[in-house]
Design a protein around this ligand. Structure first.
Ligand code: AMP
Ligand code: MN
Ligand code: MN
Ligand code: MN
Length: 289
């Protein structure tokens, strides 16, 4: 028997100009409402300062709202993203942990610009900064936008492939938060920790198993099954993983910008049946208009 899919238009992953999205939180809330989203969370990278505005805008547009964040973590030599949902945005340990995680980004950006200068791309730091909405949150995405603007590549995906991933001139290795710390900050602030877009990581099956096992051991409870970063086959694969590890399932577009993102807010297929939606476990944390 196949259960009915969870037909709530929940979009629990997207970015504003407090990180590497292009729209301010209020315009994202408006876009989510226009697109039929019913429950919305803004999940900026390593940053929660957009949450107050996101909440106000969500409620004024008739959207149910959860707090959100996407924390950068280093695990087994790879960067992994952990989404936090439904936490207390005033929690001091979480706020301090995120500030520390943001801490090295400016120096990393300078080193990225130096690497690009060595292959003849000058002015990348200044160019990237023109796209930055939050001075503590310079990301590879901002460099990518500048390189598209200057005609180096046709789109940001191409920039990443040629310039910004491991082995390419603009790539700088970086140490992010530890997995256990990120999960603990979220859980101790009353939220649920979710592994973001698991198909994006280049792990061996063994390393991936270790990620899920350690994540659960630290108190992590969810995994993104439906995300703009997954193919249809990957959605099915991680629906199985959610069952295997008894994890709550999440759904989020990972929308960044109208001109860049393949999946718009609210535009994903439904969460498959027979999975426990993460929002049912967070019912007590949802704020409603
Ligand atoms: P950072 O936190 O500075 O390392 O930047 C990571 C961000 O870069 C991700 O959150 C995505 O928004 C973006 N990104 C990573 N890989 C790609 C890619 N292949 N194409 C486009 N954007 C990407
Ligand atoms: Mn991003
Ligand atoms: Mn991510
Ligand atoms: Mn994201």
């Amino acid at each position: 028997m196949v259960n009915a899919p969870a037909v709530l238009n929940a979009d629990l992953h997207c970015h504003s100009n407090y990180s590497d999205g292009t729209l301010p939180p209020a315009l994202l809330a408006a876009r989510a409402a226009t697109n039929g989203v019913e429950l919305w969370a803004l999940t900026d990278h390593d940053e929660t300062r957009g949450q107050g505005i996101a909440r106000e805008a969500a409620l004024s547009h008739g959207l149910a709202w959860l707090s959100g964040v996407e924390i950068s973590v280093s695990f087994a030599g790879e960067t992994v993203h952990i989404v936090g949902l439904g936490f207390d945005t005033d929690d001091t340990a979480l706020t301090a942990g995120l500030a520390a995680t943001r801490g090295g980004r400016l120096q990393r950006a300078r080193e990225m610009a130096e690497g690009l200068a060595q292959v003849g791309i000058t002015g990348a730091m200044e160019g990237a900064l023109r796209y930055v909405g939050n001075p503590e949150l310079v990301s590879r995405t901002h460099f990518a936008r500048y390189l598209v603007e200057s005609g180096r590549c046709a789109n940001t995906h191409e920039v990443f492939r040629h310039y910004l991933v491991e082995g390419r001139p603009g790539y700088v290795p970086h140490r992010w938060a530890a997995l256990g710390d990120a999960v603990r900050w979220i859980v101790q602030a009353g939220g649920v920790a979710v592994i973001a877009h698991p198909a994006r990581y280049r792990f061996s099956p063994t390393a991936e198993y270790a990620l899920f096992t350690e994540f659960v051991a630290h108190g992590g409870r969810g995994v993104e099954v439906m995300t703009g970063s997954h193919s249809a086959a990957e959605c099915l694969k991680y629906a199985d993983t959610a069952r295997e590890f008894d994890l709550l399932a999440s759904r989020g577009s990972d929308f960044h910008a109208p001109a860049e993102s393949r999946t718009d807010l609210g535009a994903l297929p439904w969460l498959p049946g027979q999975l426990a939606p993460v929002w049912e476990a967070l019912e007590h944390r949802v704020q409603r208009p």
